[in-house]
Design a protein around this ligand. Structure first.
Ligand code: HEM
Ligand SMILES: [Cu+2]
Length: 586
């Protein structure tokens, strides 16, 4: 025991020493990159000027901005797919019976909706925003490893196809069978019905081979996410421009750095856990079976990944609030340092709370209590953020643009999502609310309320930089209002239904819940209409929106907040319009 302690202590000291040395090293960008990215002397090994044309360009690009856009487009497609499933579920729930779709279809819907939204929408969209803007914000030439960056992205489409092969296979099989063609594999692949949590023993006993493809897809997406995270970390640590010291790193980069650190510890574990599940399913191992490690082992491993995953997508959203809110309050971010500390604290604490998902499984009460305390403790750094945001707005000159409306809305929905979460962290309350619609309501206030809403805010805030054009701002404000109104109607109803005892993951329900379910569905359709308006606005403005000629779109110079990405944009505009004498027409 004592020997082990000494070894651990020595290892710890070594690790800290190494880390300090790492951070002290100057001139990282002068080091050769093993992947052939940047060469010594600050010359780029990758020539963005010689881009290919058309489709080939998008398939071969290693430019961080292009890869960022690829991520954003991919994430948007996934969001539309997962969003369609949300609308299908809400349609089913309009009536107490499972009559619109079968119960089996509903099971498939919530499973694939959850997986698509978390793995293929939320994470990729933040990686897209990070890819596009981190190098600009940090004054770096590109991401640290441009080729690895491209590889990381290109693993995602096959991962999505593997994870979601069930639906296309099902549909294709049905279509082909009407014309008399029969391909057996298409009949057996159908959407998994395990929930996104894939609990054993159900996920091991299910014969549907689509579950195996899903596990492979998750594994692949895990590799992709890890590669991306390594790239973000090295970029922030080693690729910052001359004038960007650690005291000068912007808040969004801080959150991407923290998120990437969390990814590094969470996703590889998921990778191993799903491989063990594949072995259980196909090769007779018993990692998660009663005679072996037991089903609870899966829950431990899954949530050791799963809880940090929710912070992986939450932290960048807070980074966006901290970035956008001050710009339209005419004031600097209040308590910058404390926001950074709270971000780091949440990142570390996120690994100490996983068993709060397992309070009802009969684990040792003493273990449970410790997880309850850490879970409650996370409320502190989260509240620090909220108070800082409120203080930033206090006495400020608020301008209600679309990104600002969404940011303020996000702070509001986050407060509801956070406070309902504190209740769940308390064991006696969780024992009652576990597996009810209350839980689903709680996490959607976060996942839709701050995460998706801040993505929308970011799209409105930075749209001019990415496209060089402006969108319809009135439509954007309308869309922001619809989303903010829809979230509490939909997910507030779920909170109430859950508190009244309605379990989650059921296609049918007792008739006394009909009214609340219908209210929730109407709210969801309002959000859905908003999403379509957003899509229309983005696509249409990309084609015919007015060109931006003054880089100070948001009047940021006035309050001294014309930050690096906008300065870069200004240079671009200067070059563009100097080159053609301002003759470019729409
Ligand atoms: C308009 C927006 C949305 C609506 C109306 C919606 C609706 C729903 C519904 C009805 C369920 C199933 C409830 C049940 O019967 O158990 C669900 C589950 C879930 N949703 Fe959403 N959702 C939305 C957005 C999102 C977003 C943006 C994310 C993630 C980024 C997300 C992640 C999840 C997850 C992880 C589950 C749990 C799946 C499971 O039980 O395995 N949702 N959602
Ligand atoms: Cu959790």
């Amino acid at each position: 025991m004592i020997g082990g302690g000494v070894v651990l202590a020595v290892l710890g000291v070594l690790l800290v020493a190494l880390g300090t040395q790492f951070l002290r090293t100057k001139g990282w960008s002068a080091l050769a990159r093993p992947d052939g990215g940047y060469l010594p002397g600050g010359e780029t090994g990758v020539q963005h000027e010689e881009k290919q044309a058309g489709l080939l360009r998008w398939l071969t690009t290693v430019d961080h901005k292009d890869i960022g856009i690829l991520y954003l487009v991919f994430g948007t497609v996934a969001a539309l797919w997962g969003g369609t499933e949300a609308m299908m579920m809400r349609t089913e729930l309009l009536t107490p019976q499972a009559d619109v779709w079968t119960a089996a279809t509903y099971n498939g819907l919530f499973t694939t909706h959850g997986i698509t939204m978390l793995f293929f929408f939320a994470t990729p969209v933040f990686f897209g925003i990070g890819n596009y803007f981190l190098p600009l914000l940090l004054d770096a030439d590109d991401m640290a490893f441009p080729r690895i960056n491209a590889i990381g992205f290109w693993m995602l489409p096959p991962a999505l196809l593997l994870a979601r092969a069930g639906l296309p296979a099902d549909a294709l099989g049905k279509i082909l069978s009407t014309v008399g063609i029969h391909i057996p594999i298409l009949d057996v692949l159908h959407p998994p019905e395990t929930g996104w949590t894939l609990y054993a023993p159900l996920s091991i006993q299910t014969t549907n081979p689509q579950v195996d493809l899903l596990l492979l897809g998750l594994h692949l997406s895990g590799i992709a996410t890890t590669l991306g995270a390594i790239n973000f970390i090295v970029t922030v640590v080693a690729e910052r421009g001359e004038g960007v010291g650690w005291d000068n790193v912007d808040i969004f980069s801080w959150t991407m750095l923290s998120t990437s650190g969390v990814v590094l510890f969470a996703f590889p574990l998921l990778g191993s856990a799903v491989i063990m599940m594949l072995l259980d399913r196909n090769f007779g191992t018993t990692f998660y079976l009663v005679e072996g490690g037991g089903p609870i082992l899966w829950q431990h491993l899954f949530w050791f990944f799963g809880h940090p995953e929710v912070y992986i997508i939450f932290l960048p959203a807070t980074g966006l609030v901290s970035t956008i809110l001050p710009k339209f309050s005419g004031r600097r971010l209040f308590g910058f340092r404390f926001i950074v500390y709270s971000t780091l604290a949440i990142g570390v604490l996120s690994f100490g709370v996983w068993a709060h998902h397992m309070f009802t499984t009969g684990i040792d009460p003493r273990v449970r209590a410790s997880f309850m305390f850490v879970s409650l403790a996370i409320a502190v750094p989260s509240a620090v953020k909220v108070f800082n945001w409120l203080s930033t707005m206090y006495d400020g000159r608020i301008r209600l643009t679309a990104p600002m409306i969404l940011s303020v809305g996000s702070v509001g929905t986050f407060i509801i999502g956070g406070v309902t979460g504190v209740f769940l962290a308390a064991i006696p309350i969780d024992l009652i609310y576990h597996d009810t619609q209350y839980v689903v309501g709680h996490f959607h206030f976060i996942i839709m309320g701050i995460i998706a809403m801040m993505m929308l805010a970011a799209s409105y805030y930075w749209y001019p930089i990415i496209t060089g054009r402006m969108y319809d701002q009135r439509l954007a404000r309308l869309q922001a209002a619809l989303t903010i109104a829809g979230v509490p109607v939909t997910f507030g109803s779920m909170l109430v239904m859950g508190a009244l005892g309605l379990p989650r993951r059921y296609a049918d329900y007792p008739t006394q819940f009909a009214t609340l379910q219908q209210v929730a569905s109407v709210g969801a359709f309002v959000i859905g209409v908003g999403a379509l308006l957003w899509l229309w606005n983005m696509v249409q403005s990309y084609r015919v929106g007015p060109r931006v000629r003054d880089a100070d779109v948001w009047n940021l110079k006035e309050s001294g907040q014309f930050t690096r990405e906008w300065q870069w944009f200004e240079e671009q505009l200067d070059e563009r319009y100097a080159a053609d004498g301002g003759e470019t027409d729409d």
